[in-house]
Design a protein around this ligand. Structure first.
Ligand code: G3P
Length: 244
């Protein structure tokens, strides 16, 4: 019996999503340490936050952390005689609440995105579809994912943030997606580093940000997380994982 889609944040609350990618210092114990920091600091500021660790760390972090944990990718295939795939049922069984899809570092054909969104949402899991620009976002909005994040690839990992370097992409994506899928929450990412980047993203209509190197490459990850959280309106109840 499919459950209602699990959300990353209470309705209307903006969310900070941290993608650990496969940065060497964010694997295994490193992923757990950063995840605990994010959960603790987000709770202190009452901001909703979620974490996307590398696949081998999903189960442990999903059971250890009191914030939603998402995969960085999932395959739409059904359970059975398949090797090396990550399927939605496996995420559900491990307490993982959803998955990124079509990140520019792991692109997918549109039809696979559609199948994976449907498979995740049928199990009450959260798809966070990534798009590289407004046209990409408009095309992928037809799948009505719970979340869609616009991330211009040329800004990923750099010093300029999408919200200051390409504000028209953020606002244009919000407009384009909501014209097709009003229920989809639009996030933005790429180069987001500080409270100003977050504040501007929210002012442009995004309902959160997707971040990686500001934290994964920080000399002081706690300070980097606090800097990002400072851009959010404090006081939104942080999301507790379902059943917690
Ligand atoms: O998934 C988020 C990521 O692609 C953004 O990367 O390093 O620019 O925050 P970064």
């Amino acid at each position: 019996m499919p459950r209602s889609p699990t959300d990353l944040a209470p309705l209307g609350a903006p969310v900070l999503v941290l993608n650990l990618k496969v940065y060497a210092n964010c694997l295994g114990a490193g992923a757990l340490a950063v995840g605990k920091l994010l959960a603790d600091r987000a709770r202190a500021r009452r901001v909703a936050a979620a974490l996307c660790p590398a696949a081998p760390d999903l189960g442990q972090l999903a059971t250890s952390l009191r914030i939603p944990v998402l995969a960085q990718h999932v395959d739409s295939v059904d359970p059975g005689a398949r090797t090396g795939t990550i399927i939605p049922e496996s995420l559900l069984a491990s307490g993982v609440v959803g998955s990124l899809l079509n990140h520019s570092e792991h692109p997918l054909p549109d039809d696979e995105v559609g199948r994976a969104v449907a498979r995740l949402q049928a199990l009450g899991l959260v798809p966070l579809v990534c798009a590289k620009d407004i046209d990409d976002a408009r095309r992928l909005a037809r799948f009505h994912p719970a979340y869609l994040a616009v991330e211009p690839p040329e800004l990923i990992g750099g010093d300029r943030s999408v919200s200051t370097a390409r504000p028209e992409v953020v606002h244009g994506t919000v407009e384009a997606v909501h014209a097709i899928a009003p229920g989809t929450r639009v996030l933005c990412g790429a180069g987001v580093h500080d409270r100003n980047d977050v504040r501007i993203a929210l002012e442009l209509g995004a309902q959160g940000v997707l971040v990686a190197s500001a934290v994964t490459k920080a000399a002081d990850p706690r300070e980097a997380i606090d800097e990002l959280l400072a851009g959010f309106p404090a006081g939104h109840p942080g999301t507790r994982r379902p059943g917690r």
